[in-house]
Design a protein around this ligand. Structure first.
Ligand code: FAD
Ligand code: NAI
Length: 475
């Protein structure tokens, strides 16, 4: 007789493993199936985020930032560091160890919460009495049944048509995170989040980096003023970003990759590079799920169709994270996972899409929540804006990093905060205050009246809130 569970989660990334833990906390018998393998073929739960996404990219960003500081910023602190060298193999090994700690952490959490973990591929076999039968194909094959199924199978990198990833010369995020030596010339296609983060890593380590972007605007989803400030900083660092290009033939040869493209002026350019990273977005992953067996509805992009509560067209089948609509972010996946587990338990799980923060972990970092100035204009909302530069923040000066600003957008009548946008040092941490404020429907005045520690970068947040009412104290 097959093992029976109340809830089976397919996929052990941030959407899946968090959903499994929350469901177990709520008293359900839970199984989580994940097929990711580590180098030794063993289980590596955590999905894209842990294995080839959020965590390893941040590890490399940290290592490369230390290197950059040692080369370019130590001297101003009176520290001399000659012949600073980067041992790429060691950096990658450290990154792999950070990933392993996270994999092991999830396995520990499964044990602690009594979630049964299956290492293998989960696919629908068909409907069973009161639920579904799921096949698990790992080292062995078995079938399990569940009353409720949560699908969290994530996404994969999108390849350029005709240019498959070989992970040697033409790299997805996977290969980009394990390049064995600093490429002399690195080309990237797509100046979105991955393009900027990965481009930054390898530029800091000495690569000559060119990013080719199809759109004429830089970071179109970001507030224009913030995007402009960030672009200025990236230009100064020597990150070459070409906007409005049309990528043509790509030749993956023995010595590297040749990218033919037309630039914004219409000139034909040939770019030779040792490696090419293609970062042009990601596609929802339902391969191997055998969705047809149960009639699970997918859209034209291959994403699982869900309603606002993450319900699919099938009773008792839910889907969360990158495999459904909405931003492809780990914390969005997690929130949906928690909300679905709570809905299964009859509770009122809720995800507020208006307050999902975004962070780009470049230097300067870029972070935002809520609507941009261009969106407010398009929506015809009357707003007030206030900005405060890090240049006028004492802590930023002490840190030696005064790039960027904090920007508040508040309703012209009610003063309710509609969006907060940041570019500068450690804004990945500062943005949380804005998220909390927006969740509580705070006004800019509320933030302006809260005591912030001195000296701290968070004072720039308070000052930007004051700026909405044109009464900054330090600028
Ligand atoms: P995934 O993390 O993709 O997990 C899906 C899991 O399901 C995988 O383990 C997969 O092997 C498994 N699976 C798939 N099909 C099956 C099956 N049939 N049976 C069993 N298992 C299956 N987001 C952020 O918020 N912050 C960041 O800093 C950030 N950095 C990123 C950097 C990079 C380079 C990339 C590529 C992404 C980054 N993201 C970041 C995005 C983030 O990784 C995703 O949004 C997140 O991982 C989505 O979680 P998920 O659970 O939906 O899917
Ligand atoms: P992206 O959507 O952020 O950026 C893709 C870029 O490629 C866009 O600017 C797009 O205009 C451009 N593009 C698309 N097709 C092109 C073409 N043919 N030629 C030239 N340019 C083209 O996607 P990316 O960077 O691949 O990342 C995928 C997702 O992963 C992100 O959207 C994000 O959800 C997630 N992620 C999040 C991170 C974070 O939160 N810090 C870090 C990295 C990834």
């Amino acid at each position: 007789m097959s093992k029976q569970f109340d809830v089976v989660v397919i996929g052990g990334g941030p959407g899946g493993y968090i959903a499994a833990i929350r469901a177990a906390q709520l008293g359900f018998q839970v199984a989580c199936i994940d097929e990711w393998k580590n180098a030794a073929g063993g289980p590596a739960p955590g999905g894209t985020c842990t294995n080839v996404g959020c965590i390893p990219s941040k590890a490399l960003l940290q290592s490369s930032e230390h290197f950059d500081h040692a080369n370019h910023h130590f001297a101003e602190h009176g520290i001399s560091a000659k012949d600073v060298k980067m041992d790429v193999a060691k950096m990658i090994a450290r990154k792999d160890n950070v990933v392993k700690q996270n994999n092991d952490g999830i396995l520990y959490l499964f044990k602690k919460n009594k979630v049964t973990f299956f290492h293998g591929r989960g696919s629908f076999a068909g409907k069973a009495e009161g639920g579904y039968t799921i096949n698990v194909a790992g080292k062995t094959e078995e079938a399990i049944t569940a009353k409720q199924v949560i699908i969290a199978t994530g996404s994969n990198a999108r390849a350029l048509p005709g240019t498959p990833f070989d992970e040697v010369n033409v790299l997805s995020n996977d290969g980009a995170l394990r390049v064995g030596a600093v490429p002399k010339k690195l080309a990237l296609i797509g100046s979105g989040v991955i393009g900027l983060e990965m481009g930054s890593v390898w530029r800091r380590l000495g690569a000559d980096v060119t990013i080719l972007e199809g759109l004429p605007t830089f970071l179109g989803a970001v507030d224009e003023q913030i995007a402009k400030e960030a672009k200025k900083a990236f230009d100064k660092q020597g990150l070459k970003i070409e906007l409005g290009v049309k990528v043509g033939d790509i030749v993956n040869g023995k010595k590297g990759v040749t990218v033919n493209y037309t630039n914004a002026k219409g000139e034909a350019i040939v770019l030779d590079a040792d490696k090419l990273i293609v970062s042009i977005g990601r596609v929802p992953n339902t391969v191997g799920l055998n969705a047809e067996a149960v009639g699970l509805q997918l859209d034209e992009r291959g994403a699982i169709v869900v309603d606002g509560d993450c319900k699919t067209n099938l009773p008792g089948v839910w889907a969360v994270g990158d495999v459904v609509r909405g931003p492809m972010l780990a914390h969005k996946a997690e929130e949906e996972g928690v909300a679905v587990a709570e809905r299964i338990a009859g509770q009122h799980g809720h995800v507020n899409f208006n307050t999902i923060p975004w962070v780009i972990y470049t230097s300067p970092e870029i972070a935002w929540v809520g609507r941009t100035e261009q969106q407010l204009k398009a929506d015809g909302v009357a707003y007030k804006a206030g900005t405060f530069p890090f240049l006028a923040n004492g802590r930023a000066r002490a840190l030696g990093d005064t790039t960027g600003m904090v920007k508040f957008l508040a309703d012209a009548t009610t003063d309710e905060i509609l969006g907060v946008h940041m570019v500068g040092p450690q804004v990945s941490e500062l943005i949380s205050e804005a998220v909390v404020a927006m969740e509580f429907k705070a006004s800019a005045e509320d933030i302006a009246r809260i005591c912030h520690a001195h000296p701290s970068l968070s004072e720039a947040t308070k000052e930007a809130a004051l700026a909405v009412d044109k009464r900054t104290l330090n600028f």
